[in-house]
Design a protein around this ligand. Structure first.
Ligand code: FBP
Length: 338
């Protein structure tokens, strides 16, 4: 089969009427920026990019040098790209307007410039996660409120994994597709079209060290998985936890599985660990378009009405059967139907 480059694929999507020219060019700009981040992460200690930046982000988390570098690469690339009205990042409190003197576009971009920060210095896969929204009409200087749109309004979502190979996984709402970076020619090449996540799985991902803090329905659900064939599920389940959401989700997009970052007593007051706008919503769109499911344990993530740019939510996503069962246990415990 003749290799299909990302550019060719985007032209196909435009001809199919799935995207317009501006969105297509925006994705090209984001993909190009991620190629630069791949080079930076690949340099590691030789590039002096490992370790702490000595600053904290809006969430009060210590920033890694590569968090800051990746954020700057994405901001700079999208400032002059001409396809955005503004962008928002995990690393910045407020949205970043497009500098005067640069053409503005009709889209809003949200991103987690480098997901899996705790794994950077130990050479484990990290990634970039992004989500694209339409800029509301008349919003010439977009504020945070203009970004607070439900996940169902996303025009595009994607992630890039910086691992043994660099992979871009993308959706425009017409299936989920994977591209592999051909480092020799510097182009993303289509490696899997219309990905399907198996509805059934024997593999789960969760940070088990938080078990004592989980709600009762989560204790019950995971307890049954751990009981395996001797328990009510009647079969064994295996566990994986990379602690880089992009890597854990990519494993699920590749061979199935289920991922949980549930609410627990430690993070209850924050509403969860993972961020709705630039982690949960884009991953939910990608997973649902590949035949999986994504809930908070109670509600469909993409139907949530956001209340804050850096809002955190519980995340259950992956193979449909397991997401639906774990969600059923939570709703049942709440006395709700379904
Ligand atoms: P950031 O690295 O972007 O802050 O993301 C949060 C994250 O690292 C996810 O990638 C991952 O799934 C989770 O936190 C790991 O949490 P924990 O350290 O509790 O296992």
């Amino acid at each position: 089969m003749k290799p299909v480059s990302l550019i060719q694929f985007l032209i196909e999507e435009r001809r199919a009427g799935h995207i317009n020219a501006e969105l297509s060019l925006l994705i090209e700009v984001v993909a190009r920026a991620c190629k630069r981040i791949a080079v930076a992460t690949g340099k590691g200690a030789l590039g002096g990019v490992l370790g702490a930046a000595g600053t904290d982000n809006v969430q009060g988390e210590a920033q890694k040098k590569l968090d800051v570098i990746s954020n700057e690469i994405l901001l700079e690339a999208n400032a002059w790209g001409g396809h955005l009205a503004a962008c928002a990042s995990e690393e910045m409190e407020d949205p970043q307007p497009i500098p005067d003197g640069y053409p503005k576009g009709n889209h809003l971009l949200l991103f987690d410039p480098l997901d899996g920060s705790s794994n950077i210095d130990v050479n484990i896969s990290v990634g970039t996660i992004f989500s694209v929204l339409r800029c509301p009409d008349g919003a010439t200087e977009p504020r945070a409120a203009h970004f607070l749109q439900p996940g169902t309004t996303q025009l595009a979502a994607g992630y890039v994994v910086y691992g043994p190979s660099t992979l871009l996984v993308l959706t425009f709402g017409h299936g989920t597709h994977e591209f592999t970076l051909d480092r020799e020619i510097g182009s993303f090449i289509l490696s899997r079209r219309d990905i399907r996540i198996p509805e059934e799985t024997g593999e789960f991902a969760i940070n088990m060290s938080n078990q004592r803090h989980w709600e009762a329905p989560m204790q019950r659900y995971i307890g049954e998985l751990l009981a395996g064939r001797d328990g009510p599920r009647g079969r064994d389940f295996n566990m994986r936890w990379v602690a880089s959401m992009v890597a854990d989700v990519h494993r699920i997009v590749t061979r199935g599985g289920v991922f949980f970052y549930p609410l627990d007593a430690k993070i209850r007051d924050k509403g969860g660990k993972l961020r709705l706008m630039y982690e949960a919503n884009p991953m939910a769109f990608i997973v649902e378009q590949a035949g999986g499911a994504a809930t908070t344990g109670r509600e469909r993530i993409m139907e949530l009405q956001p209340t804050g740019l850096h809002q955190r939510v519980p995340v259950f996503l992956g193979s449909k059967q397991e997401v639906e069962l774990a969600t059923h246990y939570h709703r049942e415990a709440d006395g709700a139907q379904g």
